[in-house]
Design a protein around this ligand. Sequence first.
Ligand SMILES: C[S@@+](CC[C@H](N)C(=O)[O-])C[C@H]1O[C@@H](n2cnc3c(N)ncnc32)[C@H](O)[C@@H]1O
Length: 281
Amino acid sequence: MASGITQAEYWNGEVGTRWARNQAVLDALFAPLTEALFERAELKPGAAVLDIGCGSGATTLEAARRIGVAGRVTGADISAPLLAAARTRVGGAAPVTFVEADVEQADLGRFNAALSRFGVMFFPDSPRAFANIRRMLRPGGQLTFLCWRTLPENLWVQVPREAVMPLLPEVPPPPAPDTPGPFRFADADALGALLKNAGFGTVSCAALDRDVVLGRGETDAEAAAAAAHVALNLGPTAHLVREAEPDLRARAEAAVTQALRGHAAAGVVRLRAACWLVQAG
Ligand SMILES: C[S@@+](CC[C@H](N)C(=O)[O-])C[C@H]1O[C@@H](n2cnc3c(N)ncnc32)[C@H](O)[C@@H]1O
């Protein structure tokens, strides 16, 4: 996804700005997954919580709502534009701090729980990062996070991707194994071993499948166009056309809209998202 540039450059550049601008769209897209994350995390009132790769802060604020004013939540991210968006969302009494920090190495204090919504797949050195997170958990503390299963299982990515691929002048090479990227932890056995080696004693990876809403409209055609816009500007299909000429972009938008039209009903495009809901303690 970000060949030749660092993750900090990637998330502080155009991608971070675009994610920050579309915070409401992304939060709506991930809503059914977020709910499952919090159900699993079972945050206790008064807890100290770390939100890893917190982005524009939706999960940080939800954690704060759940733990109450006696607790505290630290949202950590390497992206200045996303943290700036997050800070604008904090209400007066919320026990929330946002910090610009690389969770792979920063010591951010000690926590009763750590969580992440798709923010742990981008560490250059995952063993080091998970060992660092483990060190920041108090005895009995749990790390709970969402990551994606395989690309073909994630129809919300696969359907637009398949529509774009035939238009590209060349097929992009698959990502090298174990490099930062959204589908890096699709292999649950490998992920479990990684977490155990990082010092976690118990690890569970539960498959979580939910339909997510990629677009809405007055008509199915409008919903498909809205969904195509989301697919081609945010999420794992966007990089395929990020630097494309306007003509190719227009053709990609038309092809993706047509493909998504087949998944629209009653003015909503819904497609399957497939995650691992992981807990390690
Ligand atoms: C896919 S986004 C998810 C953002 C947010 N959790 C959400 O669900 O909207 C991944 C996030 O991880 C952050 N990130 C990547 N590497 C990081 C690191 N080493 N330390 C902290 N955050 C990191 C990125 O800046 C980005 O905000």
